[in-house]
Ligand binder design. Structure first.
Ligand code: FAD
Ligand code: NDP
Length: 647
């Protein structure tokens, strides 16, 4: 930026960056992630109860016994969300699982779906188009009803996958995996489980053994709330969006007619991707709606529409392998490597600078020198101007009241928070009964029995909806095991969490790690990143299936598979070599991407920064990453992985 004769464009960019910095500084807090408390650990009976499963059919589940205490299964999968299901499906498809009976799935939820089981709030849809997002559409032959599927359709699709791969009676629900230990003598994982059996019933503790243990515990699974003084004393109903309380609002997921809100003053806390979908629905039924905002989200156009069966046949599901082609086509527009034809053509494909957090093949590897990083970050900010200004102009074109419009404008670059999409949210603020309670970046101060306090003033409400998100996926340095809360022990009783804490992310290809044989995890750290999580999941599932399949071929039966220390350190080197690409995250407004600013805090010990950087993704985009994996897999030698025949 510091040129002798800056152009008008340079000056504009400079003042924009300054504005972004000012807005981010307003929100930076010394307490980082500890400003929040997980609902389950909130220490108040009232808040703890908000984490309970409202959906489980205990009577039906108590009649089933999908897992026998003490039994041994070839594959035990933690998590019945899309990742657990896709991993299971790819294992069956590749013939590695002799059949579905080789597989057992365990989840704390009462059914399949993960995210789509827990979240049933009105307005819920996938934000990536369903044709690219809904897993295994080719295998299940399913045509999504709409361009963006509803939460209900997404959950039903999880059930469809389970049925298609005959996994529907292979899952133990309402069951928490509490620990797992590699037993050297038997070459088996011993997995400890606590099965809840409904109100008033005793928890059943059981353990099973597995040749292979797969952890697919999700990224946004633990709902949390800000530690707002007095919150538990609020006298009206209160609930989190991840456990929508239809008994208070009226309606149900399939028909969210919320007649229970008639005549009520409803407050919603938070304005992230969830609130953008919920607010228009609440506004249809509440007498008065108060939207408490700390940071406005950038809201893009949506363009929802029904799927046209003719288009589906001829242009979307038009050949074998269409879904991966479509996923990568979408990805190309987000990684600044656009393909000639834009198959998806929605607002995602207008965000060239989103590559700042998922990487791009376009500029090669960025040298980690201050000059090169500065140049790279400047280029990204420049690339983002059109989009971020467009988002702000969109607010002006929709919201009638100028003061409200100004408060709804997002002052951060596109990559700092999950982009949101709605053709209704901004319009809602033109309604006389909808009130934007902007807190100028400070957040709600406290709660009273009757309402919330902002800037010293009490705003009385009858019902409070917490749309305050989840524990950050970056929690614990992107550790996939600490997120599940399980105690995982590998060879010689080595703790997975201690290894991750001491070394930072340490994996081979994001899916396995030394000292933990036959353990695989759905990745986040050290893997290809994509806006479409379902694409990431499928790429990982294929890779895991390949490794196990090849290992079994080599071993001539069940194998013991373990990444070597040399291979995982060399791989960490490859991740770090590319990590400078992601430097633009350093200027971000706090949010879960930066662990509420903890990741980007200035003045950190270089060793600590290095450890944190190891959790980066492969910063040359998903297609490049897949290319690297394919090259690795081509000769089938499993370089960097030791394989033995299991005892
Ligand atoms: P999850 O679906 O989270 O499943 C993990 C499961 O593991 C959970 O059911 C959990 O109960 C279980 N579990 C965790 N720990 C334990 C334990 N110790 N014992 C037993 N079970 C355990 N991504 C997109 O790409 N596009 C979207 O549109 C999109 N929309 C989203 C909307 C919402 C509201 C949220 C919260 C996330 C969204 N995401 C979206 C991200 C979404 O989480 C992923 O796309 C995907 O569904 C994750 O699947 P998963 O199987 O990895 O994890
Ligand atoms: P987020 O973490 O994105 O949002 C939480 C909200 O709560 C933010 O607006 C945050 O403000 C606000 N908040 C936190 N503390 C306070 C406070 N003390 N006072 C006032 N406001 C506060 O959670 P979401 O559930 O919205 O989304 C989580 C993720 O789930 C998304 O990013 C996305 O990945 C996924 N998702 C996808 C959807 C889709 O479209 N399919 C829908 C929903 C979620 P601040 O920003 O200042 O921290």
């Amino acid at each position: 930026m510091a040129t002798a004769n800056p152009s008008a464009d340079d000056l504009k960019l400079f003042s924009l960056q300054q504005k972004y910095q000012e807005e981010a500084s307003k929100r930076l807090r010394s307490d980082g992630v500890s400003q929040f408390i997980e609902l389950e650990k909130a220490g108040s009976t009232r808040l703890n109860a908000l984490a309970e499963d409202p959906w489980a059919d205990h009577a039906a589940l108590n009649n089933k016994e999908p897992i026998k205490n003490g039994a041994t299964y070839k594959f035990v999968i933690l998590g019945a969300g899309y990742a657990g299901l896709v991993i299971a499906a790819r294992l069956v498809e590749a013939g590695i699982a002799g059949g579905p009976d080789d597989i057992r799935i365990i989840d704390t939820a009462g059914g399949f779906g993960g995210t789509w089981y827990w979240n049933r709030y009105p307005g819920l849809q996938c934000d990536i188009e369903s044709y690219s997002y809904m897993p295994l559409l080719e295998e299940t032959g399913y045509m999504p009803k709409k361009r963006y599927a509803s939460g209900l359709e997404l959950r039903e699709h999880a059930e469809r996958i389970a049925q298609k791969f005959e996994l529907d009676d292979k899952a133990l629900f309402r069951a928490r995996v509490t620990g797992a230990r590699w037993v050297e003598e038997t070459n088996l994982w011993k997995v400890e489980i606590a099965e809840g059996r409904g109100p008033g019933e005793e928890t059943r503790n059981l353990s099973v053994q597995a040749n292979y243990f797969l952890v697919a515990s999700g990224i946004l699974t633990t709902p949390h709330v800000p530690k707002i003084p007095g919150l538990e004393d609020f006298t009206g109903p209160i609930f989190h969006t991840a456990r929508w309380d239809y008994s208070t609002t009226g309606g149900k997921q399939s028909d969210p007619s919320m007649s229970g809100l008639k005549g009520k003053r409803v407050g919603i806390l938070g304005t992230g991707a969830t609130a953008i979908q919920v607010v228009p629905e609440l506004a249809k039924w509440a007498e008065e709606l108060y939207v408490f905002q700390r940071t406005p989200s950038g809201v893009n156009w949506r363009g929802q529409r029904e799927t046209d069966p003719e288009e589906w046949k001829t242009k979307i599901a038009y050949k074998k392998g269409w879904q991966r082609e479509r996923q990568l086509n979408l990805d190309s527009f987000l990684t600044y490597a656009p393909k000639e034809v834009n198959m998806v053509g929605d607002a995602w494909t207008e965000m060239e600078a989103y590559c700042a957090i998922i990487g791009s093949p376009t500029w090669g590897i960025i040298e980690p020198t201050p000059e090169k990083i500065g140049e790279h970050v400047g280029r990204l900010y420049k690339l983002d101007i059109k989009h971020s200004e467009g988002r702000r102009a969109r607010v002006d074109s929709i919201v009638e009241d100028t003061e409200t419009a100004n408060k709804l404008k997002a002052w951060y670059p596109t990559w700092c928070k999950r982009p949101t999409f709605s053709d209704e949210y901004l319009q809602t603020f033109n309604l006389p009964h909808v009130h934007l309670m902007d807190t100028n970046g400070k957040g709600v101060q406290s709660s009273t029995p009757k309402g919330l306090i902002v800037d010293g003033k009490e705003y009385p409400i009858d019902i409070l909806v917490l749309s305050t998100g989840y524990r950050s996926p970056a929690y614990g340095g992107g550790n996939p095991v600490v997120r599940t809360g399980i105690d995982l022990r590998g060879r010689e009783n080595k703790s997975f969490n201690e290894k991750w804490e001491a070394q930072g992310a340490t994996t081979l290809h994001g899916v396995c790690t030394n000292s933990f044989p036959n353990l695989f995890f759905a990745p986040m750290a050290q893997f290809g990143s994509a806006a479409n999580n379902a694409c990431t999941i499928d790429v990982a599932a294929e890779h895991i299936a390949h490794i196990i399949g090849q290992a079994e071929k080599k071993a001539g039966g069940t194998a013991v598979v373990e990444a070597t220390v040399e291979a995982e350190e060399a791989y960490a080197g490859e991740i770090l070599r590319r990590a400078a690409f992601l430097a633009a995250v350093m200027g971000c407004t706090p949010g879960y991407i930066t662990s509420e600013g903890e990741f980007t805090a200035a003045g950190q010990d270089p060793m600590v920064m290095m450890k944190k950087s190891r959790m980066s993704g492969w910063a040359q985009g998903m297609e490049h990453f897949i290319g690297m994996l394919q090259e690795y897999r081509a000769d089938g030698s499993l370089k960097g992985i030791e394989v033995k025949k299991a005892v």
